[in-house]
Write a protein that binds this ligand. Structure first.
Ligand code: NAD
Length: 353
C-alpha cells in the first residue's frame, strides 16, 4: 500500500485523551481550574441571549439514557455526548461517561475533540459552586454531600475552592462509597465527617448537595429534613422519572434552574405544575432577577446540566491547551489536495499489488 499523504495542519484536530486531561488538571491545579471553569460558565451565562438553545436530545432505555447536548454562539459550535446508566457501577462501568467537540462555525471544521467524563465532573462541580456562590446563605461553611459516587469529591472541592466550605458531611447508602470519598478527600484540607444517614449528614449543614443515581422518583430528602435558610443543590435528578426530592420541599423553596424548557422535562420540577414559577440562573448572575433575599429562604438549584456549561468547558480547554503537551493531533478529517477530489484521494490510497 502506498504511504498515505500526511494530512495538512488544518485537517488535524487537537484531541485531549483521558490521560492528557488528568495530566492537564494536575498541571493547572484542580482548584484553579474549577475557579476558571466557573468564570467561563458565568461569562457565557451573561451572554445567554447569544446562544442557540434547545433541550438536549435524549434517547431513553429501561436502564438509562444517551444524550446529545448541542449549542452555538454563532462563532463556535459545541456538543457533548453523555450517558447516564445508574446500574452500570454494578458491572464495573461508570454511571456517566462523555466526550465532546468544539467546531468553528465559519468553516464547520472541528477545532477540539476531548474526553468529557472527567471534564463533566469538573464543570458540574464548578456550576454547583457558582450557583451556591450566588444563592447559599452568607458565611456557609458546612455542606452535606449525599451520594458519594464519581461526582462527589469534585463537588466538595469546588465548594471549598469557590464558596469557602470548610466541612463536608458525607452520606451514601453504600458505606464503601463514603469510605472512598473520605479517603480521596483526606488531604484536601476539608474537615470530613462520615455519616450513617442522610439526617445525620444534614446536621449543621447550610448547603445540602444531593448527587445520587437511581432511576426512579427517589426521596433522598423528605420535607421534615429541610429547615429554613439552607441552600440545596439537587444534582442527581436529571431525567424523566429520576428525581431526588420530595415534592413538598419544592413547594417551600425558591427554585433556580439553568434552562427551564429542559429542566421542566428532566429536573425536580417535573413533579410540579408546568407553570410553577422558577428563576433562570443567568438572570441572577446578570442582576436582573433576585437570588437569595432572606436568611430564612430555602433556595434550590435544580441542576440537570445544560449544553452551555459544556460549551464553556470546551472553550476553556481550547483556550488553555495551546502550547502545552496535553493534546495530540488527530487525523479526523479527510483532506484531499483538491477539495473536490475526495474520490481521487481514495484512488491514490489503493494498495499497489
Ligand atoms: P455514581 O453512580 O458514581 O454515584 C452515585 C452514588 O449514589 C452511589 O455511590 C450510590 O450508592 C449513591 N446512592 C444511590 N441511592 C442513594 C440514596 N438513596 N441515598 C444516598 N446515596 C445513594 O454516579 P455519579 O457519576 O456520581 O452521578 C451522580 C448523579 O449525578 C447521577 O444521577 C448523574 O446522572 C447525575 N449527574 C448530574 C449532572 C448535572 O449536571 N446535573 C452531571 C453529572 C452527573
Amino acid at each position: 500500500m502506498k504511504p498515505a499523504l500526511p494530512p495538512s495542519d488544518k485537517a488535524l484536530v487537537p484531541f485531549v485523551s483521558v490521560e492528557n486531561m488528568l495530566r492537564f488538571i494536575h498541571h493547572t491545579g484542580i482548584e484553579t481550574m474549577l475557579r476558571d471553569l466557573a468564570d467561563y460558565i458565568e461569562a457565557d451565562f451573561l451572554r445567554w441571549e447569544s446562544f442557540d438553545k434547545t433541550p438536549r436530545v435524549a434517547s431513553h432505555s429501561d436502564v438509562g439514557v444517551i444524550e446529545l447536548m448541542p449549542t452555538s454562539d454563532g462563532e463556535s459550535y459545541g456538543f457533548k455526548y453523555v450517558n447516564g446508566h445508574p446500574g452500570n457501577t454494578r458491572t464495573g462501568l461508570q454511571t456517566v461517561t462523555a466526550f465532546g467537540l468544539l467546531a468553528d462555525v465559519h468553516s464547520g471544521y472541528p477545532v477540539l475533540l476531548t474526553e468529557m467524563t472527567v471534564l463533566t465532573a469538573m464543570r458540574t462541580a464548578a456550576m454547583s459552586a457558582l450557583a451556591a456562590r450566588h444563592l447559599a446563605p452568607r458565611g456557609a461553611r458546612c455542606m452535606a454531600m449525599i451520594g458519594n459516587g464519581a461526582q462527589s469529591e469534585f463537588q466538595s472541592i469546588a465548594m471549598q475552592a469557590i464558596c469557602g466550605i470548610e466541612e463536608v458531611r458525607l452520606y451514601d447508602t453504600d458505606p464503601a462509597a463514603t469510605a472512598k470519598a473520605a479517603r480521596n478527600l483526606s488531604h484536601s484540607g476539608l474537615h470530613m465527617t462520615s455519616c450513617t444517614s442522610a439526617e445525620e449528614a444534614m446536621e449543621g449543614a447550610q448547603i445540602i448537595t444531593t448527587c445520587t443515581a437511581d432511576k426512579q422518583y427517589a426521596t433522598i430528602l423528605t420535607d421534615n429534613m429541610i429547615g429554613s435558610g439552607v441552600h440545596i443543590n439537587a444534582i442527581g435528578g436529571d431525567c424523566p422519572g429520576k428525581t431526588e426530592l420530595a415534592p413538598a420541599i419544592l413547594q417551600r423553596s425558591d427554585i433556580f434552574v439553568e434552562y427551564p424548557e429542559q429542566t421542566r422535562i428532566e429536573g425536580e420540577i417535573q413533579q410540579l405544575a408546568p407553570d410553577h414559577p422558577v428563576t433562570e440562573l443567568w438572570q441572577v448572575f446578570a442582576g436582573t432577577a433576585k437570588g437569595r433575599t432572606s436568611e430564612a429562604q430555602i433556595t434550590l438549584f435544580d441542576s440537570v446540566g445544560f449544553a452551555i456549561e459544556d460549551f464553556s468547558a470546551l472553550r476553556y480547554m481550547r483556550d488553555h491547551i495551546t502550547g502545552t503537551p496535553f493534546f495530540t493531533l488527530l487525523d479526523l478529517l479527510a483532506d484531499p489536495d483538491d477539495p473536490r477530489d475526495l474520490y481521487g484521494m481514495l484512488l491514490r490510497a489503493a494498495p499497489s499489488d
